[in-house]
Design a protein around this ligand. Structure first.
Ligand SMILES: *[C@@H]1O[C@H](CO)[C@@H](O)[C@H](O)[C@H]1NC(C)=O
Length: 433
């Protein structure tokens, strides 16, 4: 039963080890390319096998109660068929890793994928072996990819070898590893307005003993199946002087070399945003033979400028009038308009009988859209009634209202009324005489 639960919820917390650190066990998927499928003639076929990852020494905020944690117990009989990874994450630390401890209570799904990693340009060798882990928590801005390196295991006759991976297991049947390099982001998705600036978060950390002194940062933008390089920076961690930056065709993006070197902060600032800047940004950090990526989605949102065609709406005695509501220069495309009326005797606006006819969307040179809705205001509307155009759009937190108050007919129609009165008075005058 317990095992089933673990797999269903994808996650459970384990023992707390002394001061402010805890372990967490994640249920992951081991993704292997084309293993054992040679005979099937498939190219890039992947097999997905359940695996567990124990992360040791996750920092916990000191004010937190950790009483409800259940201890992690390794299987009593080591099983060479299981994939049970153990990793120390004290150095380098995974930023904000404590969200992993709360994901279960908050019913947030943890996505954890493990795959074999071969360092670029290094000789194929299985000692040590490397694995890439990508980890993210649903609904939280937590995302990281890190490389684990297997630790040396003293091999003797009783040492078990993992059946599929061919790697020696610890006496508890786990694959002992340490995290040597990680790339992370504080955001998964960000929205920004046109002509504004945005910071796309990306950072990296490596072991205390650096893997290499040279680091290269590449930012790419992927949009609707097309990709291009936005920026590439190469710098030395001990000497910033030699850093080089190559820009793609997008100007106005920058990565701060001092922050790269000083803090491992490879975040990119993009200024004067255009609709064309929208898409998926990929931050790749390469250090020595290792590289890892983070993906951040940028959405451009621009609220509509809303206006009515008339500042005053004076009723005409007989003919209906047209009133238009214009939404200008917004992005993305989806915008909704609704018409309401609020008569002087009512407290709540009600839907207007005519919900208007929409113009077609117009797209401008800056790729923003405009849309108008036209209604007919009949002469029967009570003067003093407020007519409201309400606009809903992604970029607006609350719907935007514009309104006009319907006024009584103009004085020239009073003349008609006055004339009528005069005639009536004259008539009575004649009759009374
Ligand atoms: C990078 O630095 C900026 C401030 O310049 C900060 O807002 C951001 O959180 C940092 N990002 C990372 C990933 O460290």
């Amino acid at each position: 039963m317990m095992m089933i639960e673990i797999i269903l919820f994808g996650y459970f917390i384990t023992r707390v080890c002394g001061d402010g650190v805890a372990d967490v066990v994640l249920s992951c998927t081991l993704v292997e390319e084309g293993v054992g499928l040679g005979g099937m003639g498939g190219g890039a076929l992947f097999t997905r096998t359940p695996a567990s990852l124990v992360l040791h020494d996750i920092a916990v905020a000191s004010d937190e109660s950790l009483e409800e944690l259940t201890p992690f117990v390794p299987p009593s009989i080591p099983d060479p068929d299981l994939f049970l990874f153990e990793a120390k994450v004290s150095s380098p630390k995974i930023p904000n890793a404590d969200v992993l401890l709360h994901a279960d209570c908050n019913e947030q799904e943890v996505t954890c994928e493990i795959s074999r990693y071969s360092p670029q340009g290094s000789q194929e060798s299985s000692d040590p072996a490397y694995f890439m882990v990508s980890l993210s928590v649903e609904g939280v801005d937590f995302s990281t990819a890190f490389i684990m390196q297997t630790l040396m295991v003293e091999v003797n006759q009783s040492t078990l070898i993992q059946n599929k991976l061919g790697l020696p297991l610890s006496h508890t049947g786990t694959l002992m590893t340490e995290v040597i390099f990680l790339v992370f982001s504080h955001i998964k998705s960000v929205s920004a307005t046109l002509s504004g600036d945005v910071l796309l978060s990306c950072g990296f950390k490596q072991q205390e003993v650096p893997l290499a002194q040279e680091v290269s940062i590449e930012w790419r933008l992927q949009h609707r199946g097309r990709g291009h390089k936005v920026l590439e920076m190469k710098t030395k961690l001990d000497d910033m002087e030699g850093s080089t930056v190559v820009h793609g065709d997008r100007r106005g993006s920058s990565v701060d070399a001092a922050q790269v070197v000083g803090e491992g902060n490879a975040s990119m600032t993009v200024t004067r945003l255009k609709v064309l800047d929208e898409g998926i940004y990929i931050c790749t950090v390469s250090v020595g033979h290792f590289h890892a990526q983070q993906v951040i989605q940028l959405h451009i949102v621009q609220p509509p400028q809303v206006s009515l065609s008339e500042e005053k709406l004076v009723l005409k005695a007989k003919s209906a009038q047209t009133l238009s509501c214009h939404c200008k220069n917004y992005y993305p495309l989806d915008a909704q308009m609704e018409w309401f009326s609020l008569s002087p005797t009512d407290t709540e606006p009600e839907l207007f009988a005519d919900q208007g006819s929409l113009s077609s969307h117009r797209q401008h040179g800056d790729k923003t859209y405009s849309l108008s809705s036209h209604i007919t205001v009949p002469p029967t509307v009570t003067p003093g009634t407020k007519i409201i155009c309400r606009v809903y759009h992604l970029a607006l937190d609350d719907p935007h209202n514009v309104s006009v108050v319907v006024e009584s007919p103009k004085p020239d129609s009073y003349w008609w009324v006055l004339g009528f009165l005069v005639i009536t008075v004259l008539f009575f005058y004649q009759v009374m005489r």
